[in-house]
Write a protein that binds this ligand. Structure first.
Ligand SMILES: NC(=O)c1ccc[n+]([C@@H]2O[C@H](COP(=O)([O-])OP(=O)(O)OC[C@H]3O[C@@H](n4cnc5c(N)ncnc54)[C@H](OP(=O)(O)O)[C@@H]3O)[C@@H](O)[C@H]2O)c1
Length: 307
């Protein structure tokens, strides 16, 4: 018998089925933990694109959300915008801007220290900050194309998760676990990363495949600490990263999707709320694709590889 399971903390006793509150308000809640303490989240790169969508979703449902990236003005503006939104006001949620760079371990530790100085407990960590690089196969830059990209896309989620582990596992139970959600990509499944012009996102696709496996490794490692680790693999969503592609390809992007459209804030919010709430407390180590079916059908590799 597994001794680790034996020495685990005991969770709440299971309620009789018909006494459970299975309303959406309870099952997908992210406002308070089991102790009635307001839930706290950190979203790296939360000032733009997908991170901002997730920060908005969590704040709209009452969480206190720290958003952190290099450009302080960008996160401050995003925090102001979300805090002014009526849903956030009504929920009592709040977004707080932090300046941070996750390029190396020392800087990741500095971000973790900012959270530790403000909060005794962290419920949700969203490793969302990411960068891309596209270049010809024979001219692929080592420093920016590989070293920096892998540092931001893979190393940072690892070190931020470990630096904040004590706060994530504090007071966690097996029905109200700490949550780590890594933002991967459908590019993690795409072997052909070059566009017709020859430019390839070789390291980006590799980094996201690595992040998927890091998700599984951390999930297996942290399950006994009552911390779940999952990943969302988006298809095409509007963001700073995809702005150029969206402008260059125009309507062709939406037409090329099986659903006839690209992802929206609601699409990302729904999956993020699932992974942060009671509804997913028994789900860990999973990578869920949110791409409207794009990765299931034929599409030009140049579009999908960059996502
Ligand atoms: N949009 C899509 O279609 C799509 C599809 C699949 C996966 N993704 C993934 O989604 C995540 C978010 O990307 P996005 O599309 O929303 O693009 P985005 O708008 O460019 O967001 C990336 C964020 O990461 C932050 N960031 C970059 N380097 C950082 C660093 N060294 N330290 C701290 N923050 C840093 C950026 O802020 P600063 O510049 O201020 O630091 C920015 O807010 C990424 O991991 C990306 O790979 C996006």
């Amino acid at each position: 018998m597994n001794k680790k399971i034996l020495r685990k903390k005991v969770s709440e006793p299971t309620q009789k089925p018909l006494l459970m509150d299975l309303s959406l308000n309870n099952l997908f809640a992210v406002k308070n933990d089991k102790n009635g303490v307001r839930k706290v989240a950190l979203v790296t790169g939360g000032g733009t694109g997908i991170g901002k969508m997730i920060a908005f979703a969590l704040a709209s449902n009452g969480a206190r959300v720290y958003i952190a990236s290099r450009k302080l003005k960008v996160v401050q503006d995003a925090a102001e915008e979300i805090n002014a939104a009526s849903q956030t006001k009504a929920s009592g949620g709040q977004v707080v801007a932090l300046q941070a760079d996750v390029t190396d371990k020392a800087k990741v530790d500095a971000l973790a220290a900012q959270i530790q100085a403000r909060e005794p407990k962290l419920h949700i960590l969203i490793n969302n900050a990411g960068i891309s690089w596209g270049a010809d196969l024979l001219e692929f830059d080592e420093k920016n194309g590989w070293d920096k990209l892998l540092a931001v896309n893979v190393k940072a989620p690892f070190y931020l998760s470990t630096a904040l582990l004590a706060l994530l596992e504090k007071d966690a139970t097996n029905t109200d676990p700490g949550r780590i959600i890594n933002i991967s990509s459908i590019a993690s499944y795409i072997p052909n990363s070059a566009d017709p012009g020859g430019k390839g996102t070789y390291s980006y696709n590799v980094s996201k495949a690595g992040l998927n496996h890091l998700t599984r490794i951390l999930a297996a490692t942290l399950a006994e600490k009552f911390v779940t680790v999952n990943a969302i693999a988006p298809g095409f969503f509007p963001s700073r990263m995809t702005q150029h592609g969206l402008e260059a390809l125009g309507e062709a992007v939406a037409i090329g999707q099986p659903t006839g459209r690209i992802g929206t804030t609601e699409d990302m919010a729904g999956m993020a709320l699932f992974f942060c709430s009671r509804a997913s407390a028994h789900v860990t180590g999973q990578v869920v694709v949110v791409d409207g079916g794009q990765s299931l059908v034929h599409f030009p590799s140049s579009q999908a590889a960059r996502l």
